[in-house]
Design a protein around this ligand. Sequence first.
Ligand code: ATP
Ligand code: PAF
Ligand code: BAL
Length: 280
Amino acid sequence: MAEVLHTRKELAAAREATAGPVGVVMTMGALHAGHEALLRAARERAGHVIVTIFVNPLQFGPNEDFDRYPRTLDSDLEICRRAGVDVVFAPSVSEMYPEGRPAVRLDPGPLGEDLEGLSRPGFFHGVLTVVMKLLQLTRPDLAFFGEKDFQQLTLVRRMVRDLDVPTEVVGVPTVREPDGLAMSSRNRYLSAEQRRAALSLSAALRAGAAAAERGEDAGTVLAAAHRAFDVPDARLDYLVLTDTELEPGPVAGPARLLIAAWVGATRLIDNTAIHLAPRP
Ligand SMILES: Nc1ncnc2c1ncn2[C@@H]1O[C@H](COP(=O)(O)OP(=O)(O)OP(=O)(O)O)[C@@H](O)[C@H]1O
Ligand SMILES: CC(C)(CO)[C@@H](O)C(=O)[O-]
Ligand code: BAL
């Protein structure tokens, strides 16, 4: 049975009593099969698994969905129990930020201002600040993050490297619905019609990957992805081809194709690995 803790003091006591490799999976709750894959990966690599459930106000903009973000603690706990999680840490906002918004926040650097950071100013300052706080509180040997949020995974890896955090960051492949839609807690905002339009994100990525497999160059790969996205009910935010560190403009070799789009009032993201053929 997972132990459910709400205070930093309880967590510190539980952590003190734990030996052996500790794995942490950080979440905002509303757990789904994507999160379950992270829990399985953690269970395989770590003797002791801690899950954090915290909807972090610091990473939401003033007009974003902090208030309506789904909060489903009972079913989350059931999923954690089934997955053999040892500790669930589910603090309140005042427990995490007793003095209100922290004056000192982590600066994600230039990548934090691009892609997701362009549409969500301050987002990665909020993400990295809470991830660092949760790393300090849980002191894990391993921390598991989903590739679905590839820019987040990249920035967390960079933070851990730049700030000498003694934790290995493990990326877990994106879990999809059978029709290709990347699992996301925000999918539950979609009507049936919007869910059909949302398929255009993964369709664009598949079209890009298929063009790369045919040996097409970067420009053709991107054009194929754009053509496949062409649906009236979804509005593109960005569709970019980068290198695997999210720097712009790869011409050959391993790359990443990333997309963000609005479907109604819901903003969705997705990405895939691409391998560009060597240039002649
Ligand atoms: N489909 C997925 N496959 C793999 N990992 C995922 C998937 N969805 C979320 N994750 C990972 O789970 C962790 C917690 O994410 P979070 O709780 O924000 O869920 P989410 O579904 O991404 O929510 P949202 O839709 O609000 O962004 C992150 O590391 C995230 O990348
Ligand atoms: C990493 C995270 C838990 C920080 O709030 C959040 O950004 C998420 O769920 O991906
Ligand atoms: N899944 C990343 C957290 C967020 O979108 O707020």
